[in-house]
Design a protein around this ligand. Structure first.
Ligand SMILES: NC(=O)c1ccc[n+]([C@@H]2O[C@H](COP(=O)([O-])OP(=O)(O)OC[C@H]3O[C@@H](n4cnc5c(N)ncnc54)[C@H](OP(=O)(O)O)[C@@H]3O)[C@@H](O)[C@H]2O)c1
Length: 220
């Protein structure tokens, strides 16, 4: 598939590594420009591009940048993506010290991904947000392996969610359907599933045990 990755740090960089290794055609962008991505391009074969071009023709777009940078993304970012593009949001809100207080999340009761989706102007699928970036390289396992871990995936567009779940399976992880985007508080920072390395049953249980109250550590 053609895949655009916006953000080439811990999570975007490792997704670039694995998705190119699986044979996908990856374009990758950061904030400083393609000339700063030559090492990653040489290592992986991904194409470094300006952020405005990252989604061009893409069937999957991954947004892997700090939440506070989402409003800085160019408008019309997804206009030239494939018609049925699935947009993956890996983001987490870390008011202290990274993102600063975002009223649209804390006061308005929106989930973090709903806030991001509204900035992007396109539905998103929340995935990978509670996955350690290094695990993308180290913890993938074939289907059926008893040590295979599961990732929660939330979103409203069922076709896009199915596409993302199939891609995560290809990356070597099981998935659990965590509901629509308004349910995605169940996998935000501070919840039982966040950072949990476990199989489907334990992930399903952890999602069910989440509290809707934002933990104090994750308030600005
Ligand atoms: N680290 C993890 O293990 C992990 C796991 C799951 C989810 N997450 C979440 O995923 C998101 C990214 O985390 P990370 O750890 O990968 O961050 P990171 O290592 O700090 O990398 C951030 C990347 O975003 C790019 N970026 C920043 N502003 C941008 C903009 N306006 N346009 C285009 N690119 C921009 C940066 O480019 P420059 O370097 O050029 O500025 C950098 O490549 C966060 O919300 C984080 O909470 C992280």
């Amino acid at each position: 598939m053609k895949i655009g990755i916006i953000g080439a740090g811990n999570i975007g960089g490792n997704l670039t590594r694995r998705l190119t290794a699986l044979g996908h055609e990856v374009s990758v962008a950061n904030s400083r420009g393609p000339e700063t991505l030559t090492a990653l391009a040489e290592e992986t074969g991904a194409r470094p591009v300006p952020v405005a071009e990252a989604a061009r023709g893409a069937e999957v777009v991954v947004v892997a940048i700090p939440l506070k940078a989402v409003p800085d993304l160019p408008s019309g970012l997804l206009d030239e993506a494939a018609e049925d593009v699935a947009v993956i949001d890996t983001g987490n809100y870390y008011p202290r010290p990274r993102d600063g207080r975002i009223a649209g999340i804390e006061d308005d009761g929106r989930t973090e991904s709903r806030w991001t989706e509204q900035h992007l102007g396109h539905p998103v699928i929340k995935a990978f947000n509670g996955t350690y970036a290094q695990d993308i390289l180290d913890r993938h396992r074939p289907a059926g392996d008893p040590d295979r871990i599961a990732l929660p995936v939330a979103g409203d567009d069922e076709a896009a969610k199915a596409k993302v779940r199939a891609l995560i399976d290809e990356l070597g992880f099981d998935t659990v359907d965590a509901g629509g985007l308004d349910d995605s508080w169940r996998q935000q920072p501070g919840t039982p599933v966040y950072g949990l390395r476990a199989g489907r049953d334990a992930v399903t249980k952890a999602l069910a045990e989440a509290s809707p109250d934002r933990p104090a550590d994750f308030r600005g």
